[in-house]
Design a protein around this ligand. Structure first.
Ligand SMILES: Cc1cc2nc3c(=O)[nH]c(=O)nc-3n(C[C@H](O)[C@H](O)[C@H](O)COP(=O)(O)OP(=O)(O)OC[C@H]3O[C@@H](n4cnc5c(N)ncnc54)[C@H](O)[C@@H]3O)c2cc1C
Length: 456
């Protein structure tokens, strides 16, 4: 450990050190990491030094920035915390940004806005740009622009041998493809350069309906969403809000349906497209209207404070009457379920992209389905059973694949393999075997050369 302190600039914490708990803490409070050591890297040379130090001792290495993706605990080894790696620059002429491994979408949104630009963030600005993009990055405006990883220009990344590489489409097309959607399997990305887009006017927001109308709203959504143009994105969440003080009084402990809508294009058309969903049921609250990109996060209203959760996600080929009935039977009004939220997100449009040019799975899915529940020792078992019940009921519409960023807790390698099609998994596993033969990066959504993808 003293060699690491000597070779690198950032702080090193052992479990007995006062700063250790704060350094390893994840946004998901249900996931408690227990590495042997955590190192707070300041820059790429620190990451190089730490990986070389670990390689010399054959220690496994994990990486964390915000901990929003902490679905499974990190046990043993060296955890490299990147939250101090805050390099951020925007090139307004090229309309690109370059970020370090600790930068979140919040920081990018602030700086990009100074130049009338925006990035392809997801539902919250609080996740790390790099962790999100390595998993494909499903933006709220994805139907118009595609996945965030479609717009990566280059990456600086450190392989398991401790070498720093700069990879782009010209220097190594195969590696560049595998890094985009491969979810941190091949190394630690220390910096990412990606394209930004003009911050054109948005018509966006949320509509809340009372829980008893959830059936009408879901039926209307299933009929309405697939016909939306690419300028428009939408998702519907069925939510059992906890009876907790952090939830505002009028909706505390209530069951609600929450439509999230974002449209970037003609404002009049944006409002007109939303009419069927404004007419399908009584509305409790409607915030859809002109929205500055800075307030983009208000569309989904994701939690801002850390919460103990377990998540589960998969992809759907469609949302027919059978799927609507199955969702209502398991997550509808009056059902006693530990699932706090079931979200159906419309895919399609530019998200289809050009399959095979990168590693992003699920491009052909019609919808993403994602569930989350509060995870405590008492709720974990019933929650897991509820997830399985919903998944089984939706079986006829399930593609068998998952989107890696929204896969949730994984059980084993075969489960994790569902995030890619078989050919992509084999390419990823071959690259993993070549670049990381000792499986140094063995935490997170990791591929294993021996695990064949199982569609279950
Ligand atoms: C409230 C909420 C909303 C979300 N909304 C969306 C959404 O709309 N669209 C979407 O696509 N995803 C969404 N996600 C998922 C999120 O994008 C992933 O969990 C992502 O991994 C978070 O990245 P992070 O770096 O913040 O998390 P971390 O937990 O710090 O990292 C997660 C994993 O990312 C990898 N990783 C992180 N940094 C690096 C690095 N520098 N080099 C190599 N690998 C790295 C590692 O495998 C790590 O285990 C959401 C998650 C939450 C909790």
């Amino acid at each position: 450990m003293s060699e690491l302190r000597f070779a690198a600039k950032g702080p090193v914490f052992q479990p007995s050190d006062p700063g250790f708990a704060a350094e390893i803490a994840a946004f998901n409070l249900a996931t408690i990491h227990s590495p042997d050591l955590v190192f707070g890297a300041l820059d790429a040379s620190d990451v190089v030094a730490a990986v070389q130090w670990a390689a010399a001792r054959q220690l496994p290495v994990a990486v964390q920035s915000t901990g929003h993706g902490a679905t499974n605990p990190i046990e043993g080894g060296l955890l490299i915390s990147t939250r101090r790696m805050l390099e951020l620059s925007v090139d307004p002429i090229e309309q690109t940004a370059r970020v370090g491994a600790g930068v979140t979408w919040k920081a990018v949104a602030k700086v990009a806005a100074l130049h009338g630009l925006m990035g392809l963030s997801g539902s919250t600005f609080d996740v790390g740009v790099i962790g999100y993009t390595l998993g494909g990055g499903l933006p709220v405006l994805g139907r118009k622009y595609g996945f965030a990883s479609d717009h990566v220009v280059s990456m600086d990344f450190v392989t398991a041998d401790g070498n720093l590489h700069v990879v782009d489409a010209e220097s190594d097309p195969e590696l560049f493809a595998l890094l985009r959607g491969g979810k941190g399997n091949l190394g630690i990305v220390t910096a990412l350069e990606f394209r930004l887009f003009p911050d054109h006017r948005l018509y966006a927001g949320g509509i809340y309906y009372p829980g008893e109308s959830a059936g009408d709203v879901l039926e209307a959504f299933a009929a309405w969403a697939p016909g939306l143009p690419e300028d428009a994105s939408a998702s519907l969440a069925l939510m059992r809000l906890p009876d907790a003080e952090t939830v505002p009084e009028p909706v505390r402990g209530k069951f609600l349906a929450h439509l999230r809508y974002a449209h970037q294009g003609d404002i009049v058309q944006a409002a007109r497209l939303l009419e069927p969903m404004r007419a399908c049921a009584p509305i409790m609250m409607d915030s859809a209207g002109l929205l500055p990109y800075q307030r983009f996060e208000t569309i989904h209203q994701d939690p801002e404070q850390p919460v103990p959760v377990r998540e589960s996600g998969f992809l759907l080929s469609g949302l027919d009457a059978g799927a609507v009935a199955a969702i209502l039977e398991h997550l509808g009004p009056g059902v006693d379920s530990p699932v706090l939220m079931g979200e159906i997100r419309l895919m399609g449009g530019a998200l289809r992209g050009v399959p095979g040019t990168d590693c992003v799975g699920g491009r052909d899915a019609a919808f993403s389905f994602f569930m989350v529940g509060i995870a405590t020792p008492d709720t974990l078992e019933p929650l897991q059973q509820a997830f399985s019940g919903v998944r089984a009921a939706l079986e006829p519409s399930v593609t068998g694949r998952t989107f890696v960023n929204l896969h949730g807790h994984s059980t084993d390698a075969a489960d994790r393999a569902r995030a890619w099609d078989e050919a992509t998994y084999r390419r990823l596993a071959a690259a993993k075997a070549a670049l990381d033969p000792l499986n140094t990066f063995r935490f997170g959504h990791v591929v294993e050369a021996a695990a064949l993808p199982a569609v279950v």
